[in-house]
Design a protein around this ligand. Structure first.
Ligand SMILES: *Cc1c(COP(=O)(O)O)cnc(C)c1O
Length: 271
């Protein structure tokens, strides 16, 4: 598949959701269907979609332009970014290497088995070693071991990813009634790269409201760091920190019930 496919896509649709409790409070709720921005990956798995499409597109172009045919990246055993990178390799003809946090777990994890089906080479490292993933010495060792590669940081979050996430803002503005914008734009946050890009693109036109999937408020610092030099956006984003359900990839019955009920009412599968 040609990489240009990633650039020339129609805007993902915006749909209104009917939610009685919101309506009673005078809130209108819309959903931007980035889940419909999807390429069928290997064996019908749809692992290349949504913000991963956006975050990877300029990176894949940069890799191709730079003559790199191998991508190396990092992620946890349930990382959608790892799965998307593996799909990208299969779809666009890159070799892929995934450095996975924690001990090897069996093939029963759908994320990792998808990566394997896409021929991603997986390397499992201890949590202590994983923490050194941005250390230049670590990268140097990886280059010795795997040869030249295009480096994608954890979650695919880098300047090129922020650039394409910033495009969300104008895309939404073009779909929204002229001269107006939503009061809030809500999104889930892992590394916060999507949120930082969105805030940049919005330039204060809406407030970005992030829901971190991880415990702790360290993400504030990360976002501030990514927005450095743009202090004016300090008030243009907020976090709602009570919905991590114990951390990344954790869940309880309440969350599963909510996902199922939402699917039943709106036909949209939440992640
Ligand atoms: C990757 C991912 C996120 C987090 O994106 P960041 O840019 O790392 O914050 C949120 N939701 C879903 C469904 C994802 O796959």
């Amino acid at each position: 598949m040609e990489l240009e496919t990633l650039l020339n896509h129609a805007p993902s649709p915006i749909e209104e959701l009917t939610i009685p409790v919101a309506r009673r409070k005078g809130v209108r709720l819309f959903i931007k269907r980035d889940d419909l921005l999807v390429l069928p990956a290997y064996g019908g798995d749809e692992a290349f979609s949504g913000n991963k499409w956006r975050k990877l597109k300029y990176n894949l172009l940069a890799a191709r332009t730079g003559g790199q045919n191998r991508l190396l990246t990092f992620g946890g055993a349930y990382s959608n970014h790892l799965a998307a990178t593996a799909s990208a390799g299969k779809l666009f003809g890159f070799e892929t290497v995934g450095i996975v946090r924690g001990e090897e777990i069996g093939d029963d994890n759908p994320t990792l088995s998808h990566c394997r089906r896409c021929d991603m080479q997986l390397e499992f490292v201890s949590r202590a070693d994983y923490r050194l993933k941005t250390n230049p010495y670590t990268i140097q060792k990886l280059r010795k071991r795997f040869g030249a590669f295009f480096l994608l940081p954890e979650g695919g979050t880098n300047t090129l990813a922020l650039r394409s996430c910033s495009e969300w803002a104008d895309e939404i503005a073009a779909q929204w009634p002229a001269e107006t914008m939503p009061d809030y734009i809500c999104l889930s946050c892992g590394t916060g790269g999507s949120m930082a890009g969105l805030v940049r693109g919005l330039r204060g036109r809406s407030i970005a409201l992030g829901f971190p999937a991880l415990k702790g408020s360290f993400l504030r610092g990360e976002i501030e760091h990514m927005l450095r030099g743009k202090p004016a956006y300090g008030r243009a984003w907020e976090f709602e920190e009570a919905y991590h359900f114990g951390g990344y990839a954790r869940f309880d019955e309440r969350l599963i019930d909510f996902i199922n009920a939402f699917y039943g009412e709106h036909g949209i599968a939440l992640d």
